[in-house]
Design a protein. Structure first.
Length: 220
C-alpha cells in the first residue's frame, strides 16, 4: 500500500533546496525552523499549520513557475511569529533570504523567496503566479471544513490570550470583515473552486458570532 511522505520530513526539505539551485542543504536549519513552529506562545501558527500548507502544495502547484521556491517560502512564512509585533513577515522574509544566501542559492532565488514570504502579509493582492499559489495555500484554512475552521478560530484566540475579549473581538472582526469584503478570496482557479464557497460561509458564520457577543458597554 502506498504511503505519503511526511511534508515536514527531510526528503522534501532537501529536494526543495536542490531544485531551487542551492549548492548545499542545511538540515540543521530545518530543525531550527521546526522548533520555532513549536514555540509555546503559538496557537495556530504551529507545525499543524505548516504541515497543512506543505501537504496542500502539490494539489495547487500545477501551474506554479517554481514550486520548490513556494515550498521553501512556506517553511519560512511563519518562522518568526510574535502576536505582539507587526513585522513578523518582514523578519521571516529576511531570514529566508539570508538562509538562501548561506546555502549558496542564486541571488535571484533569495530575492524571490523574500518577496514570496512578504506576500503572506495579505496587505495587497499577490503579484505573480507563485505568490498567488502561496497566498492561496496560506488562506486555505478559511475554506476548511467547519470543525477545522472552528478549531482555527480557537487557536487564534489562544495566540492572543493576553488581549482582553473586547479588544480581541474588535480586532478579529476587522480582519474577518476585510477578507469577507474582497470580491475574490483566492487567486488561483484551483483554490477558488476548492475553497471559495466554504470560506465565504465560514467567514459569515464567524462574523455573525462575533457580532452577537455583547459589547463592553452592554456588560457594565
Amino acid at each position: 500500500m502506498a504511503t505519503h511522505a511526511d511534508p515536514l520530513g527531510p526528503d522534501g526539505w532537501q529536494r526543495a533546496w536542490r531544485e531551487a539551485g542551492a549548492q548545499r542543504v542545511d538540515d540543521t536549519l530545518r530543525d531550527v525552523l521546526l522548533a520555532s513552529y513549536q514555540e509555546p506562545h503559538r496557537g495556530y501558527h504551529t507545525l499543524q499549520h505548516l504541515r497543512e500548507c506543505l501537504a496542500l502544495l502539490p494539489h495547487l502547484s500545477q501551474q506554479a513557475e517554481r514550486p520548490a521556491e513556494i515550498a521553501l517560502a512556506l517553511w519560512f512564512h511563519d518562522a518568526i511569529y510574535d502576536p505582539a509585533r507587526h513585522d513578523n513577515e518582514q523578519r521571516s522574509a529576511d531570514w529566508a533570504r539570508s538562509a538562501a544566501w548561506a546555502c549558496g542559492a542564486p541571488d535571484e532565488v533569495a530575492q524571490r523567496l523574500h518577496s514570496l514570504v512578504m506576500a503572506t502579509r495579505h496587505a495587497v493582492e499577490p503579484v505573480g503566479v507563485d505568490a498567488g499559489v502561496l497566498v492561496d495555500i496560506d488562506l486555505a484554512i478559511l475554506g476548511a471544513p467547519g470543525a477545522r475552521f472552528d478549531e482555527y478560530e480557537r487557536q487564534v484566540r489562544t495566540e492572543y490570550a493576553l488581549v482582553d475579549d473586547h479588544a480581541f473581538r474588535a480586532g478579529r472582526l476587522r480582519v474577518l470583515q476585510q477578507f469577507a469584503e474582497r470580491p475574490r478570496l483566492y487567486a488561483t482557479a484551483a483554490a477558488h473552486r476548492r475553497f471559495e464557497r466554504a470560506a465565504r460561509a465560514n467567514l459569515a458564520r464567524s462574523i455573525a458570532a462575533l457580532l452577537a457577543l455583547p459589547a463592553a458597554s452592554e456588560e457594565r
